[in-house]
Design a binder for this molecule. Sequence first.
Ligand SMILES: Cc1cc2nc3c(=O)[nH]c(=O)nc-3n(C[C@H](O)[C@H](O)[C@H](O)COP(=O)(O)OP(=O)(O)OC[C@H]3O[C@@H](n4cnc5c(N)ncnc54)[C@H](O)[C@@H]3O)c2cc1C
Ligand code: FES
Length: 288
Amino acid sequence: MTSLVERRRPTPPAPTDPMRPVPYRLEHLRQETRDTYTLELAPVDGEPLRYGAGQFTMLDAFGVGEVPISISGDPTRAGLLEHTIRDVGAVTHALVSASPGDVLGVRGPFGTTWDVTDGQGGDVVLVAGGIGLAPVRPALLELLTHRERYNRVVLLYGARTPEDILFGEDLRSWAKDFGVDVDITVDNGQHAWRGKVGLVTQLVPRAGFDARHTLALVCGPEGMMRYVAQALVDRGVPPYRVRLSMERSMKCGIGLCGHCQLRELFVCVDGPVLTYDRLAPLLTCREL
Ligand SMILES: Cc1cc2nc3c(=O)[nH]c(=O)nc-3n(C[C@H](O)[C@H](O)[C@H](O)COP(=O)(O)OP(=O)(O)OC[C@H]3O[C@@H](n4cnc5c(N)ncnc54)[C@H](O)[C@@H]3O)c2cc1C
Ligand code: FES
């Protein structure tokens, strides 16, 4: 006979299928630059998604396709789910062309995190190139909620042109309100640009941080990450304290299909955030 207690026990929720997209409604669409937009999504049913800084979701523009996109919002606040997307092809174009009220599919969150708390008590250096600032933003927002636990926080950011600089208001506030050392460079500056011109790699040797007590987080094109990681190691940052967020073509996002394989690694589950000591031998193999 079933006891009263057993009968009152709630039925445990059915395990969710990681391959089934969950419907999310687009609440706001914010244009960041000429080709980059931030989408703010809310679940059609249920709770906001919990995630760690550095994780990504598979975003589905129904009928067009599904792509991996990093979460760009604040992981310490439950709220709208943010993704910042550069319009480069069919699926990203469909995603940034959605209108408020439209429903998109979300799978995840997937992958490893930046684990920014490992930098507590020391300096943290974040280096981003282009759209790479989007995956780095959650790590910065997380550490700024406990700013007093970190010493120097340095953000080195490279964009193609001044018009391509992402999160302009954030950059100003991080510097002014939180004491982040923000240093920006562009590949091509017009006459009105009074800032630096050159590669973000060139900012590393002069940036003010104590290399031996630094955690470094790097995201951008693979070539840029290779040079930045080496420049950080040359400054004295231990390779295991340098973390890179890798991009690979992905299909399943959960370690089943092999699309994202990088020699022995499946970037969707072993990454996207990986340490440089593990990645260095793979980054030098251009054919992989
Ligand atoms: C873990 C992870 C996180 C990502 N996070 C973000 C993010 O936060 N924001 C964002 O905008 N994108 C992000 N991307 C990249 C994004 O997934 C691709 O831009 C997208 O898959 C392209 O799909 P598409 O159908 O729009 O274009 P496609 O038709 O697949 O490609 C169109 C053109 O863009 C080029 N292209 C494709 N992928 C990339 C890429 N990764 N980088 C540069 N050029 C590319 C192709 O070579 C082609 O020329 C991430 C990728 C991974 C693996
Ligand atoms: S995307 Fe399928 S194994 Fe990584």
